[in-house]
Ligand binder design. Sequence first.
Ligand SMILES: NC(=O)c1ccc[n+]([C@@H]2O[C@H](COP(=O)([O-])OP(=O)(O)OC[C@H]3O[C@@H](n4cnc5c(N)ncnc54)[C@H](OP(=O)(O)O)[C@@H]3O)[C@@H](O)[C@H]2O)c1
Length: 226
Amino acid sequence: MSLLNGRIAVVSGAGSGLGRATSLSFAKEGAEVALLGRRESKLQETAALIKQTTGREALIIPTDITQEEQIQAAVQQVIDQWGSIHVLLNNAAVFEAGSVLELTSEDWHVQVATNLTGPFLLTKAVLPAMRKSKYGRIINITSGLSWNGAGGYAAYSAAKAGLESLTRTLADEEHEHGILVNLYNPGTLRTEMHATGKDPAVVTPDLIRLASLPVGGPTGTIVSYG
Ligand SMILES: NC(=O)c1ccc[n+]([C@@H]2O[C@H](COP(=O)([O-])OP(=O)(O)OC[C@H]3O[C@@H](n4cnc5c(N)ncnc54)[C@H](OP(=O)(O)O)[C@@H]3O)[C@@H](O)[C@H]2O)c1
């Protein structure tokens, strides 16, 4: 069974790690996938993998999610190509160490702009299309660092905690429009961001489930791997 047949998905940070693995898994389940990220060469690699595995042509849209105009143009490109958007995976993030004392305000702003404001802007841009079709599945990728208080990652942890709060607010605002919004904590993954951990492909079945939740399914929840 193809759980995402006919669905149109937007994935941020699709050029590597979890974003690449999930883009491929969504395409295998029948979705059309738009790949967002800053490095075009990495998005091309993901698109080639999707083409080779599924025969599908993914849409490559180099986008910096801290830039609202780029986000709006990217979402418009997806609508022009496929007419709608059903699934959004807010996955792109940066992870820089730094205690409160060590972080400069610029370090802080970059991490909050990418990890919290970026998902806000991308969500805001896709909502009109989702409301129009009275259907949406939004998944925001979070981290255990949002709540465990481990020192040394102040901006990343605070931005992910903000994303969790934003998710619950959005779930409340959008459930009457058929849009379900949930968090996913993948645990440690071996990616560009983190040298050790699981292969990201291990967690993609959870993301397929969240992307294909039935009408009236859970919203405003957090699902963790394992
Ligand atoms: N790895 C772990 O152990 C772990 C644990 C818990 C949660 N997570 C979360 O899992 C998600 C995926 O991370 P990952 O481990 O797969 O790391 P990753 O391979 O570094 O992926 C992050 C992606 O985000 C993109 N990105 C960063 N800044 C961006 C921007 N301004 N605009 C657009 N794209 C941007 C990067 O591509 P470009 O540089 O080309 O833009 C990259 O493809 C993140 O939300 C992360 O916080 C990871």
